[in-house]
Design a protein around this ligand. Sequence first.
Ligand code: NAD
Length: 377
Amino acid sequence: MNKINRREFNKTLVKGVGGISIASQLPFHSLRNRFDKKSLGVALVGLGSYSRGQLAPGLLETEHCHLAGIVTGTPAKAESWSKKYNIDKENIYNYENFDQIASNKNIDIVYVVLPNAMHADFCIRAAKAGKHVICEKPMAISVAECDAIIAACNKANVKLSVGYRLQSEPYTLEVKRIVREKVFGELRYVSADAGYNSRGNPDQWRLNYALSGGGALMNMGVYAIQSAIYGSGQNPTSVSAQEFSTRPEYFKDTDEAIAAQFEFPSGAVGNIFTSHNANVNRLYSAFDKGWVELNPANNYGPLSGRRSDGEIIKFPHKRQQSLQMDDFAKHILTGSLNRAPGEMGKRDMIIVEAIYESIKKNGVKIDLNLGRLGIVE
Ligand code: NAD
């Protein structure tokens, strides 16, 4: 289909095949995106530090998508972003009139970059508006919300992805390859840490349970869960967890630090640690005949990797967010792999809920029944 030119394709559309119009058999947005557009328009919802520092600059470096619109509750930000990124007034929305984005043909993808408890509402509204959706991590604050987002996207026939930038990141993909190809034999143990020392404003939304849905585990723990899964190539079959608190006066509402132990179907075991009180950032996978380590493993890069045979893992640095957004745009345009589908975000939320349940029950082992849910090669 790529080989025929646009005029020929339009003719085919009108004529149809065997008297049936092809156009009538395809959803409008997939038709438009696949054949009329090379670069998809992205609207960022929420212009906080991640949108400002990473996603908007990242969209200047993407090939298959670009910054086309913004959704903000702050008129001053609308003004300054409009100037800085040359965004037309017709592509600027606030949280109230956001649903009108449905009729805006410049916007193909809505990227929700709001506090965690607001993800589900805006992702569902974006799907109802007929837009493809990227939802920042953690996907939502409960499994039920993840299910609702997935259902809304399926119903609207739009694509959905979670903002797991590392799923498009070369060092991470190399670890996946080493695990998949059993370069060092069978995996026996995986260890994954993700955390930072939070000393900032105690009123920030990340420390407010109603907006965050949880503390270190919701924010950084999903990276450790992700690492343990791609560092082993398997979903865990059970989890036991413990919570640690050393600064209760600061972490009044949310968890400060959590450790959890996984069992995997192969018999391998894993350990994760996540914290808002310690700078930890590492993935280590131990196999029968060697090991691989990323340290750091989950910041914006460049990451750094080593192997037990002395080889250094080294890739040229590219902005992770550009790789991630281009991968999702290519998925929409060509049907290539969705590296971080909604099912992956939901799986991680099942594990998050099981970890909280284990802590509530004093570390008891919680069985997980995940099969291959959310595993993407
Ligand atoms: P932030 O606090 O810097 O920005 C939040 C934005 O939401 C602001 O523009 C704020 O005005 C808006 N907002 C709307 N209603 C709000 C409310 N009731 N309370 C607070 N803010 C409100 O946060 P951020 O760091 O940009 O994080 C946003 C999302 O992106 C979170 O889900 C976070 O987990 C995710 N994130 C992901 C990465 C990554 O590497 N993938 C990195 C940072 C943040």
